[in-house]
Design a protein around this ligand. Structure first.
Ligand code: FE2
Length: 268
């Protein structure tokens, strides 16, 4: 299937203002629209919103969004019908064509083709706030059946494996799968699921990761720094794990590597 990349995530949060104080106020996300119980945010490189926060009674993951091209939209439609997966067409702000589907593992996927463009902010440096979050990079999903989910995402959705870990018996324990040409758009991690382990945003460089830690420290919010700054073995990226006010885990991430070669050997 012609999936281009991970495109957005929608989260339910218990207190929208409190969440905006974290995402917009501390992390510097651009708040592009507030409508009813929802807010739409993006990083400075993005031409489309990538984070939607919706006030709900409890914290939850509402949507895991993937951008597709026109052919991908048709392929996605054919796939859900062929597999008999629960699905419906939806629209959202600036997104006229969205296909919501519950995949066979229970993840709430949304495929969308065209999207309305927002003004280009990349070089408006005087308007940057926080550490300068650029773009959504990946989703990390807990799954009790990593092996099956990995194979399915490779064979049916066209993802490519870049790295994986195995247990002593050679069973797949975690996998990193990409479409866009870096280490991952989606990772599966062994654990109770379907659940989100974290979602990640790309920053320009490791100094920006340190700056994010400094900002949280300055705001006396070190309790929301869960782990890092550090370098991952897997992916080679610099990272910082944060918990938002509802306990949703966001990773700030930078400096992994190029994976576009079709014959790239996965790293065990
Ligand atoms: Fe990650």
């Amino acid at each position: 299937m012609a999936i281009v990349r991970v495109g957005f995530i929608e989260l339910w949060v218990r207190d929208l203002e409190k969440s905006l104080e974290f995402y917009e106020g501390l992390l510097g996300f651009r708040l592009e629209r507030k409508e009813g119980k929802s807010a739409y945010l993006r990083g400075y490189e993005e031409l489309e919103w990538s984070l939607k926060l919706t006030q709900g009674d409890f914290p939850a993951v509402r949507s895991l969004g993937f951008k597709v091209d026109e052919r991908g939209m048709e392929e996605a439609q054919a796939w859900v019908e062929q597999e008999g997966l629960p699905h419906r067409l939806e629209t959202d702000w600036g997104r006229p064509r969205m296909l919501r589907v519950q995949d066979p593992f229970g993840y709430p996927l949304v495929f969308y083709a065209g999207a309305e463009k927002l003004p280009r902010m990349l070089q408006e440096y005087h308007l940057y706030r926080g550490p300068g979050i650029l773009r959504i990079d990946h989703l990390n999903l807990f799954s009790p059946e990593v092996e099956r989910a990995t194979r399915y995402y490779q064979e049916r959705l066209g993802f490519r494996l870049t790295e994986y870990t195995e247990d002593e018996e050679g069973r797949l324990w975690a996998s990193w799968l990409h479409r866009k040409g870096n280490v991952h758009d989606v990772a599966f991690t062994n654990g109770e699921g379907p659940r989100l382990h974290h979602f990640a945003y790309w920053l320009p460089d490791p100094m920006a990761i340190l700056k994010a830690a400094d900002i949280l420290a300055g705001a006396r919010r070190t309790n929301q720094i869960e782990r890092g700054p550090g370098r991952h073995g897997i992916s080679n990226a610099m990272f910082l794990y944060l918990k938002d006010p509802d306990g949703h885990r966001i990773e700030l991430y930078t400096s992994d590597y190029l994976t576009v070669d079709p014959d790239l050997p996965p790293v065990r």
